[in-house]
Design a binder for this molecule. Sequence first.
Ligand code: ADP
Ligand code: MG
Length: 456
Amino acid sequence: MATKKTEHSGIPFSALKISEPLLKVLDEKAYSLATPVQKRLIPVLLDGRNVIVSAQTGSGKTLAFLLPVLEKIYAAGEVKHHYPKVFVLSPTKELAQQIYEVAKPFAAAVDLRAVLLQGGGRRTAETARLKSGADIVVATPQRALEHIEARHIDIRSIQHFIVDEADMMFDMGFVGYLEKIFEKMSPRSQKIIVSATITPRVVKLAKTYIKPLTRIELDPPGKIADTITQMLYPVVRSKKEALLAWLISSNHFEKVLLFVRKKELADGVAAYLREWNYKVGILHGERSHQERKKSLNAFRRGEYQILVATDIAARGLDISDLDVVINYDIPHVKHDFIHRVGRTGRAGKEGMAITLVSPDETEQLNDLQKVLGGKIKEVILPEYAPKEAKARGYFLSALRPKRKTASQRKRTETPGITQKGKKRKTTKRDGFKAFDAAKPKTDKRKDSRRGSRGKK
Ligand code: ADP
Ligand code: MG
């Protein structure tokens, strides 16, 4: 699933005055048309303006800022000396790594060198790379400041300064580093602030350090891509883990990004899923740099079926072929919900996001729905849902249970559920009418594994 692409009314990159070497790389990647944010941002940035831009998740913001700055450097003439000209900051190591990977082929096409500086990375190796000459620096804020203060980077030479996922810098307590960097940055440098969720404090920071500043808003704040199908499952807290396992197995999800609020919970839920023989990776702030890198890479390659992550993985990450994002709870920072969900349904592809919510989270849910500007469609499974949710009625009324074989009946044995006074068994497709379009994949290996997982 998640393969159908929607058309966007893009225009060719050549019409945006992007030069041949960069067009060639776009062509190799089969990016034929610019996305709306690229179409809008590229001319403004080529014009040299400072911008603060918000556009929904997965809309192609990375190339919207990288292409024009690389184009400007390329158009300015042959690069003889390699020194930092472009400086990109990301709040997380994983996103910094990803931006670096995106930048590399484009940079190479115009004879520019890129370097990645990230906390946990080997600093001496980074220093050597900087000394040997790098034009594009992609970094996390603390490590960036360390290199600036050690004079490994001449910050006055930076011509283009980009802060990606700017609002998360505040949530992660990085704003102090950011302010110091802004203070050192040349007033002549072009400054670009990017996020799907620009919050008032980001605007305030931007107005302090950036003059003049152009605001570009591609999508209303909190807008979630139309291609993402969302479902909300009310669930008794003690049954969350069981519901989670059931959702993954009954839907044959093969690549699941599972978000939880807290590190300890990530470890706990991962342990539970491993008991069911799932291959599970963990990504949170208390893991070492190497462990984080290993987990994400293995998940990207499909070696882990499930990645259990805290909100550090909610920002910017572009993971291909994700079947679903599951929110085990509602995030601490409401905006992070938009980012969590935005890991699916990227670049116009269809996506799916499921949120589990227990009665103790009702207040957070109400706050969240205010941020989203509407309610998420509820699916009520009587076996898992709390009493209050059941009182609101069932989503099951239109569902027809499939006939099953004897062995299937045995495998999915679950306590009877009541619907309008009648008793019947929960079926695989209960509550999944809206998901039927997304055909479940059948995989012999998985089927047998599910069998061995046995009864709950
Ligand atoms: P955002 O930063 O807005 O969340 P990204 O820059 O990570 O989005 O891009 C999302 C996805 O879209 C990536 O997989 C990227 O490779 C792809 N993409 C970017 N530009 C284009 C384009 N013009 N056409 C098709 N796919 C694109
Ligand atoms: Mg991004």
